[in-house]
Design a protein around this ligand. Sequence first.
Ligand SMILES: Cc1ncc(COP(=O)(O)O)c(C=O)c1O
Length: 374
Amino acid sequence: MKIPFNIPFVSGDEVTYINEVIANKSFSYPGIFSKKCELELAKITGCESIRLTASCTSALELAALAIDVKEGDEVIVPSFTFVSSANAFALRGARLVLVDVNPNTMCLDENLLEKAITSKTKAIVLVHYAGFTENIEKIVELCNANNIFLIEDAAQSIDSYYKNKHLGTFGDIGCVSFHDTKNIQCGEGGAILINNKTLIEKIDVIIEKGTDRKAFLAGKVSEYTWKTLGSSYGLSEINSAFLLAQLQELPIVTQKRKILFNFYKENLEPLKNLQLIDFYESAYNHNSHILFIKLKDALQRNELSIFLQKNGIAAYSHYSPLHLSDRGRNYPYFCSTNDYSKTESDRLLRLPLYFDLEKEHIIKLIETLKIQLK
Ligand SMILES: Cc1ncc(COP(=O)(O)O)c(C=O)c1O
């Protein structure tokens, strides 16, 4: 029995919708399917102004342009994150201030923020690792008190909530991913959730290569021209059609993932009680995107990963902390007291979790884990 790390979800209705796109002979953004997805996403998240983007990376780059990040601005980013959370702002010339994470949630440690904020801080990028978050009120308050934009990297957070409010709807902007590693997907895709209404018009220009094409399509101007810096950030109709089929199945996808996550949890509990592994789950309603365990150290983690591999099971680590990366060393100030970004990521191992996974796979995986950990 082989257990791959991920199998992207496929609903079965994708081809029907893609055939409709071909029949419509309209393929670019915005179109009928991107509009349908944006409405569907508005229902799910409660955010009224959503635009589909080519990726979450594009949504983050769009966000950096929308809040006008410039040379000399400081942007606070957790060191434990995917590179896109940092690149989007570094590309605009921002000085990144890398901040450590909470060792349980692996999300930005809000207790370090007061030390990291200066008069030059333009934005905080709050990454909801694994669809987890905690104490978001404190971060929102700090942003409001210091006139700082809050950008939520909710790449992993579709159908994740904090106190009944969807992640990505707390800050000025939220960015979501539909990459094929996510719970629902369209190959490469994303969305920008515009919670700060003063940014809507600007984002509608930036997403159209910096032009007023939206006004042109609405018949408000006779031609469209270059208005501001922008790029090609919208999602094509083929990807949007694929995504609509997935969005319509989101409740079923989340429900199955939660069942699998809880089954893992029950079966990992005895190993945790014997202090052979660490396991953490957010107390809030998360989407069961990632299941991670922690081992003693990097050596034990790597040995376990190789052992699983030899037994046909793929389990991976991530992320290498940004403050220790080649590019990250350009930003020498790392705000931390314990360097959990390094010590905890060294111990972290992600186990397979996807819609087509079955309980029997999890049983085999746990049995294999036990052999190595005894
Ligand atoms: C935290 C985080 N931010 C951003 C991204 C980038 O998303 P995309 O691949 O849609 O550009 C990812 C992708 O895995 C991610 O995990």
